[in-house]
Write a protein that binds this ligand. Structure first.
Ligand code: ADP
Ligand code: MN
Length: 171
C-alpha cells in the first residue's frame, strides 16, 4: 500500500475540478496535477483540435510521464476524463456534479458557446463521467459529489481531507 493515496478528481468541464483540487491540495499537502496544463506544458499532445478548440491529448505520453510519480502516491489528478489511466493508480475517484443551469452559467462565463457548450451540458445531463468512472474503477472507490455552491465545495474538500487523514490507519 502507498503511504499516501492518489485521488482522481473528474467531472464535466466547469463542475469545479480545478478549484476543488487546489483547495484540497492546500488542505492535504498532496500534489495537484492538472492534466490539461501538463499536456500543454510538456507537449503531451498531437496538435490542436480546431473544432473542439483544445489540444488532442496523447494518452500514452501522459501515462508514461506520470507513472513514477503515481507509484510514489500523494497525488490529486484533475481531468475531465478517466478511462485511460491505469486502474491501479487511484485509491479514490471523485466525480463532481453540477446542476444544469448552474453549469450552463459557468461555461457561458468561460466563453463556451454553440456545440462546445451544448456538448458539455449533455455530458453532464447523461452523467457520462460518472458512468465512465464506474466502468473504469471499482465501484466502492468511486464517489459522486454535488458541486453547485461554494458550500458544497467546502464540504467536499472537508470530506475528502478526512478520508486522506484516515488513509493507512484503518487497514
Ligand atoms: P473545472 O476545472 O471542472 O473545469 P473550475 O474549477 O475551473 O472547473 O470551475 C469553473 C468555475 O466555476 C470557476 O469560476 C469556479 O470558481 C466556479 N466553481 C467551481 N465549483 C464551484 C462551486 N462548487 N460553487 C461555486 N462556484 C464554483
Ligand atoms: Mn479545470
Amino acid at each position: 500500500m502507498r503511504s499516501k493515496p492518489n485521488i482522481l478528481v473528474t467531472g464535466t468541464p466547469g463542475t469545479g475540478k480545478t478549484t476543488t483540487s487546489s483547495a484540497l491540495s492546500e488542505a492535504t499537502h498532496l500534489r495537484h496535477i492538472n492534466i490539461g496544463d501538463l499536456v500543454k506544458d510538456k507537449k503531451l499532445h498531437d496538435g490542436w483540435d480546431d473544432e473542439l478548440q483544445c489540444y488532442i491529448i496523447n494518452e500514452d505520453l501522459v501515462c508514461d510521464e506520470l507513472e513514477d510519480i503515481m507509484e510514489q502516491g500523494g497525488n490529486i489528478v484533475d481531468y475531465h476524463g478517466c478511462d485511460f489511466f491505469p486502474e491501479r493508480w487511484f485509491d479514490r475517484v471523485v466525480v463532481l456534479q453540477t446542476e444544469n443551469s448552474v453549469l450552463y452559467d459557468r461555461l457561458s462565463k468561460r466563453g463556451y458557446t454553440g456545440a462546445k457548450l451544448t456538448n458539455n451540458i449533455e455530458c453532464e445531463i447523461f452523467q457520462e463521467l460518472l458512468e465512465e468512472a464506474k466502468d473504469s474503477y471499482r465501484e466502492e472507490i468511486v464517489v459522486a459529489m454535488k458541486s453547485d455552491t461554494v458550500d458544497d465545495m467546502s464540504r467536499n474538500v472537508e470530506v475528502i481531507t478526512e478520508w486522506v487523514s484516515s488513509w493507512g490507519a484503518a487497514t
